[in-house]
Design a protein around this ligand. Structure first.
Ligand code: NCD
Length: 303
């Protein structure tokens, strides 16, 4: 595999290989300390980021590689002078062995690879894809539950604009016995193209509008923030679905609560200490999954 553009590229067996490598790294990080020695990775971010950029940069440095970075490429790179993404990629690839790209356009990563001669990793493209987030979400679920088959999910919040949900649900679908409750305000429902894709692969998809519509024995709740930056003003006034201690207590002690973060009001801070609150563990997992991904990509590049 050269570029990472979409979660679609990963077969179930690729996921399991990646998760096995992630576990190895986690258990003995010292063994991987020099795996990227001599390699320079560029992180080119046209949209805000905390977790994705910093976990990629920490991953690169923990593997012995170096980074060159622009954290606000929209304003601080030559984009502000009118340079196209293609031209920026043509230039940056001359300095780096791989490019981690986040962009506000849905098709930015696809455009970048048309000119890139080094691997491009999509770190979030518009409302469409966030494949490395889906990898760490799946890893978190897999390690917590020991499987990806036969699970019941709630995906909640902004299912219309949330790219993390879009990448995640696509990759839940190939597994057996999956039920997904899509919980959102009607304005933020999951687009029909995803519902069709899920149903075609045998997923039971049930749209609902309140946490009380969901059975208490769901395995995973995946909540998300309203993506204010991607919507017209009037839509941004729609109220979010808040999960607090009382809401969480309706669910089984085995239910786990994930969120890609950042959160706004949709998860009350009072539940952060609840053993079912998995979101900070999930974000930490991101660094290890990205270390595993970088090793598989850049090792392949050398051969
Ligand atoms: C997500 C994103 O950027 O899409 N954040 C992240 O990468 N963890 C989710 C969000 O911004 O709401």
């Amino acid at each position: 595999m050269k570029h990472v553009l979409s979660i679609d590229q990963f077969e179930a067996s690729d996921l399991l290989d990646l998760f096995a490598l992630t576990e190895e790294i986690r258990n003995d990080p010292g063994r991987f300390r020099s795996r990227l020695q001599g390699q320079v990775v560029a992180t080119l971010f046209y949209e805000p980021s905390t977790r994705t950029r910093l976990s990629f940069e920490a991953a690169i440095q923990r593997l012995g590689g170096s980074i060159i970075s622009t954290e606000n490429a929209k304003e601080l790179s030559s984009a502000i002078k009118g340079e196209t993404l293609r031209d920026t990629i043509r230039v940056v690839q001359g300095y780096a062995d791989a490019i981690v790209l986040r962009h506000y356009e849905d098709d930015a990563a696809d455009e970048a690879v048309e000119v890139a001669k080094v691997p491009v990793i999509n770190a979030g493209s518009g409302a469409k894809e966030h494949p490395t987030q889906a990898l760490l979400d799946l890893y978190t679920i897999y390690t917590a539950k020991g499987r990806l088959d036969d699970l019941k999910y709630v995906v909640a919040g902004d299912l219309l604009y949330g790219r993390t949900v879009h990448s995640l649900v696509k990759k839940l679908a190939p597994f057996r016995g999956v039920t997904i409750y899509g919980l959102s305000r009607p304005e933020f429902a999951l687009p029909q193209e995803y519902v069709t894709l899920l149903e075609e692969q045998g997923v039971r998809y049930i749209a609902c509008q309140s946490f009380s519509d969901v059975p208490e024995n769901v395995d995973v709740i995946y909540h998300t923030r309203t993506q204010l930056e991607r919507m017209p003003k009037q839509q941004s006034e729609v109220k979010e679905l808040i999960i607090n201690q009382e809401t969480l207590d309706r669910f089984s002690p085995k239910t786990i609560l994930l969120h890609p973060l950042p959160r706004n009001r949709e998860i009350a801070q009072e539940i952060d200490q609840d053993p079912r609150a998995y979101y900070f563990r999930q974000s930490e997992n991101g660094m290890y999954v990205r270390m595993a991904l970088l090793i598989s990509l850049l090792a392949e590049k050398k051969s």
